[in-house]
Write a protein that binds this ligand. Structure first.
Ligand code: DI6
Ligand code: FE
Length: 398
């Protein structure tokens, strides 16, 4: 990529307070990275002769990052949606063998090609809103072959579209039917994690710590394995009840604790001390008609970084829009629009352990979203409208 200047743009750099907003800014891009960002009037003379791209007075932000998805899966759960509207709860459906386990059956029946083909439209919906980096979890196989197939399908997505994919092993998502949970963890989940790492299919390890899933002690065994393999961890914690997952995540120095509706002030303290990001998933809160919102005030008070993600999955969050996620974060959880934008950029990067993206700053990847908006608050304000003009991945529009 030859060096260039993006000019006639406003920048929400997120590198300082108030969105890190620079009116009449310019960006210098070279080798897929940002070389310089600042007010156009201050453009260093050494860059003045570079070719210019007129951005038409639009707003440029770091490209959104979806840091928590279950994008790869078989089947659908529309029937379960109907059942919930007739009064069945998410946990009741799960205990009756529906829920996650019905997606497990559909995913086991799907080939790698099937999984890729069904994930692509969901991926395209995210990309249409400027997303350049997506985390994809396994966890609907719960056996050696299907878990690895999910991870391979996720990795293949990055060969079919201009996007960066990070894969997370979520073998500890649910216990297969007629299986003892401890035996599943020790005899299937952990050996499969070893296999996934041996095949270089995994970037991080996740679990579901909940009454309908696994206990902190069971998750700790998976985390010990991750640690021994040198893999970072994250955890679905405190979504439906307080079970101690957030404290466990903090104890292991997790990249993130996700959902965290039932987290306490002590949990907030522990997350802050561990520099663990709280990933908020308002799509699941909305879909399940939850009423307990995450302790945002405690997170703010203790300086916990808050990310926002779609949690795209067929059961609790069939959501493929980060813009709508931002809106839900503001309307349902009372985040500010600035917190919402930081939640899908700089803090989402942190939730994935990425230090090379999420802000507009020299040295970072030139992963950009160019928007037809005047003010950054507009991104969280509208419902169901997409003002994206252009998505840039590593310094090239795509
Ligand atoms: N929490 C979630 O949000 C997804 N998994 C989890 O542990 C939902 C999974 C599903 O219902 O299929
Ligand atoms: Fe999830």
């Amino acid at each position: 990529m030859s060096p260039k200047v993006l000019s006639n743009a406003h920048l929400a750099t997120l590198a300082g307070p108030d969105y890190g907003l620079i009116r009449d800014g310019a960006l210098v891009l070279a080798d897929g990275h940002i070389r310089w960002a600042g007010p156009a009037a201050d453009l260093p003379a050494e860059h003045a002769a570079l070719p210019r791209h007129d951005m038409g007075g639009r707003l440029i932000t770091p490209a959104p990052i979806d840091c928590h998805t279950h994008l790869v899966h078989g089947g659908d759960r529309a029937r379960e949606f109907e059942l919930r509207l007739q009064g069945a709860s998410y946990a009741e459906i799960a205990r009756a063998g529906g829920g996650i386990l019905s997606t497990v059956a559909a995913t086991r029946a799907a080939s790698e090609d099937d999984l890729v083909a069904s994930a692509l439209p969901r991926l395209d919906a995210l990309l249409a809103e400027g997303v350049t980096t997506i985390e994809v979890k396994s966890g609907y196989g719960l056996d050696h072959d299907t878990e690895l197939r999910m991870l391979r399908a996720a990795r293949r997505l990055a060969t079919l579209r201009p996007v960066r994919i990070l894969t997370t092993y979520l073998g500890a998502h649910a216990c297969p039917p007629d299986t003892d949970a401890d035996a599943y963890i020790d005899d299937i989940c952990i050996p499969t994690l070893h296999a996934a790492q041996a095949q270089r299919l995994v970037d991080a390890v996740d679990g579901f710590c909940e009454g309908i899933a696994f206990t902190p002690a069971q998750i700790a065994r998976v985390f010990d394995t991750a640690r021994a393999l040198g893999l970072p961890v994250k955890l679905h914690a405190e979504q439906l009840a307080h079970t101690g997952g957030t404290a466990l995540a903090a104890r292991y120095g997790a990249l993130s604790a996700d959902h965290v509706e039932y987290a306490t002030e002590d949990d907030a303290r522990a997350l802050a001390a561990a520099r663990t990001v709280a990933v908020l998933l308002p799509g699941a809160f909305y879909t399940l008609h939850e009423t307990q919102a995450p302790p945002i005030a405690a997170f703010r008070a203790h300086g916990v970084a808050m990310a926002l993600a779609s949690d795209c999955n067929p059961g609790s969050s069939p959501l493929t829009s980060l813009l709508l996620t931002m809106n839900m974060g503001c309307t349902l959880f009372r985040l500010t629009p600035e917190e919402a934008l930081r939640g899908v950029t700089v803090h989402a990067a942190a939730a994935l352990g990425l230090t090379d993206c999420g802000r507009l700053a020299p040295g970072l990847r030139a992963d950009l979203a160019v928007w037809d908006v005047e003010n950054p608050a507009e991104l969280a304000w509208r419902i169901g409208f997409n003002p994206l003009h252009q998505r840039w991945l590593k310094g090239a529009p795509c």
